[in-house]
Design a protein around this ligand. Sequence first.
Ligand code: ZN
Length: 411
Amino acid sequence: MTDRLYYHDSFLYDFDAEVRDVIDGPRPALVLDRSAFYPSSGGQVFDTGAITAGDAKLRITEVADLEDGRVVHYFEAEDASPHSFKPGTRVHGLIDPTRRRDHMQQHSGQHVLSAAFVRLFDLHTVSFHMADDYCSIDLDTPTLTKEQVEKAEHLANEIILENRPVDIRFVTRDEAGKLGLRKVPVAERDELRIIDIKDWDLSACGGTHVNQTGQIGCILLRKTEKVRQGWRVEFVAGQRAVSTARRDYAALTETAALFSAHIYDASQQARKSLDEIRSLRKQREQSLEELAAAQAAALLAETPETNGRKIVVRTFSDRELNFIKLLAQKLTRLSTNAIALLATTSPQPSLVFAQSPSGQSGQAFDMGALLKETMATLGGRGGGSKDMAQGGVATADGIDAALAAVAAKLA
Ligand SMILES: [Zn+2]
């Protein structure tokens, strides 16, 4: 078993040790007799850093726990200099202090926060997760209000501000039973490591924590969401809280600048703009409807009747498919014997074939079938019903000729 130096001192960033084993393979790793590197466990993620022997240096990219109690230090394969790190070699370990401090702030912040939820509302933490940019706890509760979240955040920050001592104690499982721990692990080990935040929280935990709650800095609660096992509360502590707030502020400032508004008025301005967009969209739809009706009337008036039919053939260069569909609808409803063969070349080359409702005109064609034939010659896709069909093609080339061919066939 590896002697875990971080059990006794979370602020130990460098240490001496001896190589016990070198694990070869796609992910080479070192096993030492003792280590201050924290391996991922209990929700807290691993430390990174370096292990050196003289001039040789291995960059440690991940640290993990083996079932037999050994800690393995994975290193960059390209750093491998096996002669320098044979079993028995004396080495020096260096832990990335910024990453470790961040983890201590998040993890200790979690203890303070979980205890706040218990003390205020008897809400118990069932799991803890530490991600790269935020952390979360899952609370065993069917409901969680905004007020509860704010109260817990406030109380947790009070405890941080009081700068309470955080002690590490080792007790037997029996002793632990009498202490009234917030959380007792299921592990079969008899000796338990207790993190004791003075007069606030007692938890069995193997993680790295601060010495005084003041070192957590502060805690900021963010998103809450309902999850299978209760409610998830996301939080950030210490420097992470500051960098998160900085990022939030930048996003909010950018948004507010778009509206030339103060950041606190940004949501109101956004809501106002959305209302305007909705209203303009409605007006636009109405205008297009009117335009289509007027255009349909004009087209019908200028189209001569041949063999009892008015065949309107028209290619537009700047209309959306929806508009030519609308126009086709108007044409075939304003007249009982109209056939509309319409196309648009941009933004998306498309065709619409329509005829006045079959029942009225007496001799009806099959627009769906005609369109499919045309698509076959133009190399596009489309289809529809007997009275209305639409399709899209890759380019506008050949559209006019195709429409003329269909018109000739129907005349
Ligand atoms: Zn802990």
